[in-house]
Design a binder for this molecule. Structure first.
Ligand SMILES: Cc1cc2nc3c(=O)[nH]c(=O)nc-3n(C[C@H](O)[C@H](O)[C@H](O)COP(=O)(O)O)c2cc1C
Ligand code: SF4
Length: 730
């Protein structure tokens, strides 16, 4: 399999790109607190270059830290002191043949820092719970909103200078180009937007006025850096909201940018008011945004970059071959697998770990939580420890109990390192909780990861034992046991016949009954038309989505003040719209026959025949008629783990068996186990495996203990050293 178009060079301004694969700008939020380039920044981008991306656009870098940082640890280029760090970053990428650019971004209204009195195109209090600038620290942050004030003309002109100075530093550091971030509702994007920019001065109103600020920045950069230094601009071709930009203006902007001397246009989608289009969730199909590049290609001659949910080299090859785009931009795909280009080049497409668009690791657990970048399915993302992964010279025998994501990832990493791994799964198929979600409409991409890791385990010759729950005696025969038994549903205390409550695992039974995952069929409960789901988190959201999709009338009751507060925000944004029988931005499937109702701060007090009595936090009681009640309360299935520990077996507990959480934590903990398994099998008093001990400490813990250094021992040593001439220590 080869990809002649994907791997052909392209002239962009005065630089030749070695291939058509672009690392779409991704703020990995891994810099030092002062915005200085960190070793993690260098490690990540060097890795992307090593993987073979031809053009790497480093993510949002602020030209003015004082007035705007998009994330708390984004890169900064507002002083000459940042040049040496940026130079080391560029060097790392150049070393592997990539060309590179820095994306300059002022976050404006969407900044993480400063928290208040932020700059925008207009004064507007903002409530954007899915933005990385959203305050998660104060309880009342949403009520308070953000104080945003319209930038004055003097401030706009000051920013024009700051942008061009930052571009000069980028050039000085050795980067090949600079990109302006004018997408997703950040400052330049806000000025360009017909929906967001309500100014009445010469920076608002018609397109010419709205383009005045970004065009002034381009002009200023060209004056400062010379016309030979390529400037790109990324903008939201379609804003996917009422009153926002559509196709016609999207094309016109590309023409204006070509006239202004831009070396290329980088097309993105959406603003924070249409978060699905900006950060496509799992439901969005591959190539949904290609239409924009196709339209722009007909209007301009400069290269066009398209991105958003591009995952397969075949598809990328095809759209380049068909002339729909010049370059393909991959953002999350390179977090999930930075070696995508390399694997495509060597025809190892099946080994590509395709990003499943879950936003769990790279958004929810990192930028939204004000932490460094991560990925749900690639524990190595942003973590240099994995670069030092070593093959063992003394393999140990590892038993892993539980074939869900934590167990499979632990097996994969331990087997890669050369350990002898046996993976026990009590069911007929590997996948654990991931097997349920393959039935949830819109979550099919989860199967990509499942298929990938199962293939890896086969390639690595992991000894997989299905339909096998091992006994304690069986497990004693191994050097080390990993308990990855996941979580199980339970029924909280309730008056009436609790046995009528259906576990969500049975309610999620596939209507096809038998499939490749469950060849023998599954235990299945036929539910009535009206179903009450009792509980929260992913068990409730997935079960609701599944039951609603097969025509049930679903009501969710949760004790929590807010439903699904721990679920990924953009997926919840989409799901809430679906619950109301609508759909988000790009999707038009209207997938449910009935709306899904959510009742918060309430519990099920008692079960009656054909009904339940609900009790809210103020002790008000309501009777609700339902055919069935399904519990979505989950807790760790850790019985085996406790028994093993009591029996003195070396055992580690990971994933949902510790506490039910999400895929990110399962993979992270499973992977960390695989990385830590060590032939010395030492455990600290916290029951954690201790690897990477200093050599002397390892020796002190593992070699034969010497007799104490007593006076008698000294005499012996003196005697031995005196060579028969005798000696004295007196
Ligand atoms: C963690 C994260 C950080 C991002 N940072 C940036 C950024 O700095 N600049 C930008 O233009 N887009 C940024 N994006 C958007 C991506 O470049 C891209 O447009 C989007 O993720 C959809 O494309 P994908 O499916 O290839 O990820 C970011 C997205 C994510 C998930
Ligand atoms: S966390 Fe999910 S969306 Fe983000 S890169 Fe990883 S697989 Fe893709």
């Amino acid at each position: 399999m080869d990809f002649p178009h994907l791997f052909s060079p392209l002239q962009l301004g005065n630089i030749e790109l070695p291939n058509r694969i672009v690392h779409a700008p991704t703020d990995i939020s891994s810099s030092h607190a002062d915005g200085e380039v960190s070793e993690r920044d260098i490690h990540h981008h060097t890795d992307v270059a090593r993987g073979g991306s031809g053009f790497i656009i480093v993510g949002a870098t602020t030209p003015d830290m004082k007035t705007g940082r998009p994330t708390v640890t984004c890169l900064v280029a507002d002083g000459d002191n940042y040049v040496p760090g940026l130079a080391r970053l560029a060097d790392g990428m150049h070393r592997y043949g990539a060309k590179c650019a820095v994306q300059l971004q002022h976050p404006g209204r969407q900044c993480a820092i400063p928290r208040y009195n932020t700059l925008g195109a207009i004064d507007r209090v903002l409530k954007l719970p899915w933005s990385a600038g959203h305050e998660i620290i104060y309880e009342n942050a949403e009520e308070k909103g953000k104080e945003i004030r319209a930038a004055t003309v003097a401030e706009i002109l000051e920013l024009v200078d700051l942008f061009s100075e930052a571009a000069w530093r980028v050039k000085q550091a050795g980067f090949d180009a600079v990109e302006l971030h004018a997408a997703h509702g950040y400052l330049l994007s806000e000025f360009m937007s017909p929906f967001l920019n309500q100014r009445t001065d010469r920076f608002g109103g018609n397109l010419e006025n709205r383009m005045r600020f970004p065009l002034a920045v381009i002009d200023s950069i060209q004056k400062k850096c010379g016309k030979g230094f390529p400037v790109l601009l990324r903008y939201s071709f379609d804003e996917w909201c009422e009153g926002g930009r559509g196709l016609e203006e999207g094309v016109e902007i590309a023409r204006m940018l070509e006239r202004a001397g831009c070396a290329a246009v980088d097309l993105s989608m959406g603003i924070q008011e249409s978060p699905g289009a900006g950060f496509d969730p799992m439901q969005y199909p591959q190539g949904w945004a290609t239409y924009a590049a196709e339209a722009v290609k007909k209007a301009v001659r400069i290269p066009v970059i398209t991105s958003h949910s591009l995952r397969d080299p075949e598809y990328c090859e095809q759209i380049i071959a068909e002339g729909k785009t010049d370059l393909v931009g991959l953002a999350r795909q390179l977090l999930a697998d930075p070696y995508w280009p390399l694997k495509a080049k060597y025809g190892r497409v099946k080994s590509i770990r395709r990003c499943i668009s879950c936003l769990g690791g790279c958004w929810q657990e990192s930028l939204m939580a004000k932490k460094e970048i991560a990925c749900s399915i690639n524990a190595a993302c942003g973590n240099p420890e994995y670069a030092e992964m070593q093959r063992t010279d003394k393999p140990v025998r590892v038993a892993i109990v539980g074939g869900g994501p934590a167990g499979m990832e632990a097996a994969r990493v331990a087997a890669e390192r050369g350990h002898h791994v046996t993976l026990f799964e009590k069911g007929p198929e590997l996948g654990g909780a991931m097997l349920y979600v393959c039935m949830v409409p819109g979550k099919e991409k989860m199967r990509w990861y499942l298929d990938w890791i199962r293939d890896q385990l086969i390639e690595l010759h992991v000894d997989i034992r299905l339909n096998h729950a091992p006994t304690i005696d069986e497990l004693r025969g191994f050097d080390l046991v990993l308990n990855a038994t996941g979580a199980l549903s339970y029924v909280p205390a309730v008056a009436g016949d609790a046995s009528r409550v259906v576990p969500f695992e049975e309610a999620m039974a596939c209507p096809r009954v038998a499939c490749e995952c469950y060849p023998g069929g599954r235990k299945m409960r036929k539910l009535g038309a009206g179903v009450l789901l009792w509980g929260d988190s992913y068990a409730a959201t997935d079960t609701a989505a599944f039951l609603a999709s097969i025509g049930k009338r679903v009501t969710i009751v949760t004790e929590n003040r807010e439903f699904a507060a721990d679920c990924e925000v953009i997926h919840m944004y989409v799901l809430r719209k679906r619950f109301a029988q609508g759909d988000a931005e790009v999707l038009h499937s209207r997938p449910y026959k009935y709306p899904v109702t959510v009742i918060t701060g309430t519990t099920v007090e008692s079960m009656e025949d054909g009904a339940v009595v609900l009790r809210d936090k103020d002790f008000n009681r309501t009777r609700l008629e339902v055919d069935d009640v399904v519990t979505c309360h989950t807790r760790p299935d850790d019985g085996l783990f406790r028994e093993l520990r009591a029996a003195g077996v070396n055992v580690i507990n990971v994933g949902d068996a510790v506490r039910p959480r999400n895929l990110y934590w399962a993979v992270k903990e499973g992977s960390a186990f695989g990385l830590a398994v060590d032939r010395h099998l030492l455990f600290n008093p916290n029951h954690a495996i201790v690897d990477a001990l200093p050599m002397d400490v390892l020796g002190q813990l593992t070699r034969d203990e010497a007799p104490s250094y007593t006076a008698e021992r000294m005499r012996e040593l003196v005697g031995a050293g005196a060579g028969g001439n005798g000696g004295s220590i007196d």
